[in-house]
Each structure stands twice: as C-alpha cells, then as structure tokens.
Design a protein around this ligand. Structure first.
Ligand SMILES: CC(C)(COP(=O)(O)OP(=O)(O)OC[C@H]1O[C@@H](n2cnc3c(N)ncnc32)[C@H](O)[C@@H]1OP(=O)(O)O)[C@@H](O)C(=O)NCCC(=O)NCCS
Length: 172
C-alpha cells in the first residue's frame, strides 16, 4: 500500500502542469522524489564530481533498502540534478550525504533538498537533525546555516586524517 507521501509524489508526477514544464524545458522548482536503483548511474556521476572520497553504488543501494534511511533525488528540468540521504531513527536524524551536479549549483536545489529532508525528519518524529561537514566547505556550511543549523563542535583531523569536521545540529 502506498503511503500518503508516495501518493502525493505520484499525483505530482502525473500533474499536467509539471509535465508541460518538463516538455517545454522551463525552469521551475526542483521536483523531489525518493531515490531508486534506476537513479544510481546519475547519482554516482554527481557523487564522483563532488567528493574526494565518493560513496560507491553499494552505499546508495544500502540507503535505498534500509528501513530507517530516506534518500531523495531532485529532478531539475527532467534530469537528476542532486540528492540527499537522510537517516532517521527514533528521536535522532542525520544528513548522511548531499550533493548537486556542478553545472546545476546556485539554483536553490540543495536548499529544496534540505527543506524536504527536514520535513521528512519531522514526519518521522525526530527531535534533532545532525550532520558533519568539512571545515573548509564554506558553501555547504553556509547552506546549513541558512537552513537553521548551528555549529556544535569540531572533530579534529576527521577527514583523511587532515581536515577538521564541523558538527552541526538543528532542533526540529
Ligand atoms: C553545497 C552544495 C550541495 C550546494 O548546492 P546548491 O544547489 O548550489 O545550493 P543552493 O543553490 O540551494 O544554495 C542554498 C544556499 O547555500 C549557500 N551557498 C550555496 N553555494 C554557495 C557558495 N558557493 N558560496 C557560499 N554560499 C553558498 C547560500 O547561502 C545559498 O543561499 P542563497 O543563494 O540564498 O545565498 C553544492 O555546492 C555541492 O554539491 N557541493 C559538493 C558536495 C558537498 O560539499 N556536499 C556537502 C557535504 S557536507
């Protein structure tokens, strides 16, 4: 049986206005939907272009299958332009991964993905949403601060034994 969320997604996919925008290649808000196995070729291209130590296909496969994981993709003009992986277990939720294709950045796609992840975490009754980010990643830190996250600590030399991680949280 489909959840209310899946029913809403299906309705949006069938929405004639949305289909018209896609066929005319018009710019509109990204369309956010659950990630599926068929998205993984596109997701992996974005992942590899975005991170020095990218996740492999099995990582995303695990997120798609795991009961407490909620990976979503953002389609922009009909193509997969970005994704976010949310994990939500009881009162704690975490952003595990987020990226937008380099040529699609600066269009509000990550903001839409984050807003969606926040609302799903709330739906799952999480009370705290946490993440960690490379201290040098100013664009991501600015994005998270804009979304309402605050810095809660530093994990020294967390990435490859070199770069610090900034820990951030948002109360839901
Ligand atoms: C970080 C990232 C996801 C942002 O994606 P995006 O779609 O370009 O972001 P948006 O267009 O939604 O921007 C939302 C906000 O983020 C901030 N931001 C985004 N890019 C920024 C940049 N280059 N410099 C400073 N702030 C930036 C801004 O506050 C922006 O809001 P504004 O335009 O109203 O000022 C993207 O740059 C990316 O994929 N980077 C590589 C992967 C990565 O680092 N992921 C985070 C891992 S922790």
């Amino acid at each position: 049986m489909l959840s209310i969320f899946e029913v809403s997604i299906k309705r949006l996919q069938d929405d004639p206005v949305c289909l018209l925008c896609r066929s005319m290649n018009l710019r509109h808000n990204p369309f956010i939907r659950p990630m599926s196995e068929t998205d993984l070729d596109a997701v992996l291209i974005i992942e590899q272009a975005s991170f020095p130590a990218p996740w492999r296909r099995e990582h995303f496969g695990h997120e798609i299958a795991a009961p407490h994981s909620f990976p979503f993709v953002a389609e922009y003009n009909g193509i997969v332009a970005g994704y976010v992986c949310l994990m939500s277990l009881y009162e704690a939720a975490q952003i595990l991964d987020i990226a937008v294709a380099p040529e699609q950045r600066g269009r509000g796609i990550a903001r839409s993905l984050m807003d969606h992840a926040v609302s799903v975490a709330r739906e799952k009754d999480a009370e705290l949403l946490a993440l960690e980010v490379r201290a040098l990643n100013i664009s991501a830190i600015t994005l998270y601060e804009r979304c309402g996250f605050v810095r809660t600590g530093i994990r020294s030399k967390y990435y490859e034994g070199v770069d610090d991680a900034v820990l951030m949280e948002m109360r839901l």
